[in-house]
Write a protein of this length. Structure first.
Length: 255
């Protein structure tokens, strides 16, 4: 059987203003229906508040302050995390005796957490240990500066003893080169850091004795001998001063 193409034209439906008739035989004219407008019910709690006037300004200020508080809190958290990273790195370098790099890490941590006492302590220890190394390399100026910073950060007895010792070494050098004023200045600095530095007290006595200030010399010798009771040089110096004062007193009594 051969299929043939249907060539009869298909009549198009006639539209009369509305939809096409359901039945082609129904020739009644369909009128378009009028649809009632859809009313959207607005709920009072969904109404957008007006932002004008004083209430709007107040709400804007409150919103701004809340945003600033959130940003500040995130910034503090970020800084705390960064400080912890620097502390961990610094402790690792401190334990491996890499004091110079440890100082940099602890300084960065202290910059982020300036009130952290533990960071100050770590930094002070690193500065003290680094000062001992560079002092052996004859860099006493930087060693003194590092120890001074260490004492200011964390008042530790070890750092005080080291700083007083470096001041005393500088004073002895000036004393041996007959620079009495500089020797006196650094001896006083050594005693300011550590009041019971017996060697510094002894050196002060020697300086005043050479300057023929016997009363001052005797005062410092007396303090030094209490700390160094077995030091024969101090006792000998005290005896010499007493003899000289007695001799001067006898000369004054001569008419």
């Amino acid at each position: 059987m051969i299929l043939k193409e249907n060539r009869n034209p298909i009549p198009s439906p006639e539209f009369h203003g509305g939809s096409a008739p359901r039945n082609p035989e129904d020739s009644r004219e369909l009128k378009p229906q009028k649809s009632s407008p859809i009313r959207v019910r607005r709920f009072p709690w969904r109404r957008r508040p007006k932002m004008g006037g004083a209430p709007g300004i107040f709400l804007s200020i409150v919103f701004f302050m809340i945003c600033q508080h959130c940003i500040f809190a995130q910034e503090i958290k970020r800084k705390d995390n960064s400080a912890d990273l620097f502390i961990q790195s610094g402790v690792t370098k401190l334990n491996s005796k890499d004091y110079k790099d440890a100082i940099d890490d602890f300084r960065n941590a202290l910059r982020l957490s300036p009130e952290d006492i533990q960071v100050k302590k770590y930094l002070a220890i690193s500065l003290n240990n680094y000062a001992l190394i560079i002092a052996k390399e004859s860099d006493s100026d930087n060693a003194i500066a590092s120890l001074e910073e260490s004492v200011k950060l964390y008042d530790d007895e070890v750092a005080r003893n080291n700083l007083s010792g470096l001041f005393l070494e500088r004073a002895i050098k000036f004393y041996n080169s007959h620079e009495q004023s500089n020797a006196l200045s650094f001896s006083r600095k050594a005693l300011e850091v550590k009041k019971d530095n017996a060697e510094a007290l002894k050196l002060m006595g020697n300086i005043f004795y050479n300057m023929e200030k016997l009363d001052e010399a005797l005062s410092y010798y007396a303090k030094a001998v209490t700390l160094l009771p077995n030091d024969t040089e101090i006792r000998k110096s005290i005896d010499n001063i007493k003899k000289e004062k007695a001799l001067k007193g006898s000369f004054r009594n001569i008419p």
